[in-house]
Ligand binder design. Sequence first.
Ligand SMILES: [Zn+2]
Ligand SMILES: [Zn+2]
Length: 401
Amino acid sequence: MTEASGTRLPIHSSTINVTFLGTASAMPSSTRNHSALAVRLGSDVWLFDCGEATQHQVQKSNVKMGKIEKVFITHTHGDHIFGLIPLLAGCLNGAGGNADGMEDPRRNINMDEPPFEIYGPLGTRAYVRSALKYTHTMLSRPYVVHELRFPSDPQTGDYTNLWRPRSESPAGRNIFQVDGVWLDVYKDNVLSVAAAPIYHSVPCIGYTITEASVPGKIDPQKYLPDIKRTKTPLNVMSRLQAGESVQLSDGTVLHGPKPRNGRKLVILGDTYNPSPIIPIAQDADLLVHEATNAHLPGIMPSTKDGDTFEGVQQTAMERGHSTPQMAGAFAKRIGAASLILNHFSARYPGDDDIDPESKVIMDAIGNLAATEFGKPVVCARDLMSVDIGFRSTESSQMDTT
Ligand SMILES: [Zn+2]
Ligand SMILES: [Zn+2]
């Protein structure tokens, strides 16, 4: 089912920016917060996961709270969703209770306003509804929850007996899989989001964001001699840039450049095997893949004598997680242009930009992934910001700050 949406301004003239708000796995540490990342697309911001204290991380980052319009939840483990209610309250002017005897303005919500959109697996709607109810939280703007239902889930209903709160739009969809994936989870004229199940200890979702094809790169030198010779006004260049063919006064036909593929991001939740997303993840410009555990003998003091790579991988997989090598191999398998790892065990420090010892550890983790991927791999740090440009012939343009 396709979301009916307004028209979005093209974003191809700007970079897509990814800011890692939290990069920890189960336990946060002094240098890593729980999972969340923000994708800036033109003037909008979409969040992927919203772990505890995400709102604090947003405040510390260059992401603007007021620009967040959608949140995509990969799975309902607490480290990925505990921050959703505070974020919702922060974005939609919510707070507990109301002043005695006062008519609260939040009782009059304009439901014609576009709702704040939340996407997630079964249980997301029930979780938001019950948390708002039992914390007496009222919101001044509408929100909506769209659930991506697995084939084994109930296909109808809200999965809760609680009434819809005043601020929840009744337009929340239950989205069903077609051929093992959720196509057009969201779609407008510029961006589309698809999703697929990925294997974890609980139902978990990987998302793809795809930009529609964009105008090709124009080389003015290629056209100028013909344009000058025929005294054609220079503004013909804008038609060529749009990909049109133009006939000049002497019969010469100039063809504008072919459109280029838009950019594609693949953002996975926790997983020990994301292979069901392969059909929709090919040729990603960026893959974000978890790497919870690594075998780092001689580098991590906590390595025990009997530890082996196979043992570490087996334990990671039994807990629903991946090693850096697994992430690297998957990135290669989908032909990704770049790979960033996240969701690190609390033992892997997130201050590798300032602490040389931390840098040794995180570089080693990146290198383990790179051995499988065949290209350098970045380990995410909290508040790290990455610009995703267009893929050149060899690899995507990625600037990390
Ligand atoms: Zn997790
Ligand atoms: Zn999890």
